[in-house]
Design a protein around this ligand. Sequence first.
Ligand code: COI
Length: 354
Amino acid sequence: MTETLTINTQPTTASRLGQLDPANIEFGKLFSDHMFAVDYVNGEWQEPQIVPYGDMAVSPANSALHYGQAIFEGMKAYRTAQGGVALFRPLDNLHRLNASAERMCMPTLPEELFMQGLTQLIRLDAGWVPAADGTALYIRPFMFATDGLLGVRPSDSYRFMIITCPVGAFYNKPLRVRFEEKYVRSAEGGAGYAKNAGNYGAAMYPTKLAQQQGYNQLIWTDASEHRYVEESGTMNALFVIDGRVVTPALSSSILDGITRRSVLQLAHDWGMPVEERKVSVHEIVQALEAGTLQEAFGVGTAATIAPIAVIGNEGRDYTLPEVDDSAFSRRASAALTAIRTGQAADAHAWMVQV
Ligand code: COI
């Protein structure tokens, strides 16, 4: 990529890289040395900057804090077998960020600003990209309102930022999940497809209740009848039933996951039947009872491919069959890792070298 955009960069004088223990990485706790920031004022993006990671001052009246005008993305950079660093499908994240921005009345981000900010930040902090199997540099682009005004209307000014942190596995063992029968993540026509902060905050209480019952996560169901599967926790939900890859079709209440899209592409590449459609709780329970549900798993940037071991429904827990390396989820996980780390051909041009 050509460096056409000058970013005022203030390198740190006190790197914290020595604090990183690659064998014990806790998700989202230790941040890399630098962060990218650019303000939107008077209808224009201002001078971007890269500065040492740290606290910052914001108005206590900003409408991100009061009304939730805040959006984010999750993406990753990988250390490659060739010794470089590569980003996975970054433009897909930009497009989703901009779709979220539109839904939340926020300004969209030009491609050059996003890509230059991202690549220059990752180059500067390349030493923070871990190399061990299953690790990556998690990248969190986000935007929030900055006007100091309590009026309930879209802010005029915003800040877009990128922070990064080395990560390992988000879930370290197969998940126990249950269908949600009372609470709702998002209704049709709501903002469930957007990655706005409020979607995640409102999910915490129902998730906490499920965790108190011994589950790791929920499988969200539709808002009007709790009959159809939506997504699972912070992931899209996929099932393998009788050799077919089955997943809820996207809608205004389901996040358009980039890992979801990639895994479905691999299934197509491998000639597996893929069904993106309404998936009912009843169908999944019947398949569990009939033994035709071969695999269930969540897919997401942070979660990667997270196998599901137990699904609870109406107080009854169903245990899924154990899978081996021939299972679709295992093969998809291995294939994605190989592409991301430069060990397999990148047939769909998903990777961007930094
Ligand atoms: C991601 O998978 O990147 C997410 O944004 C989900 C979660 C960590 C909030």
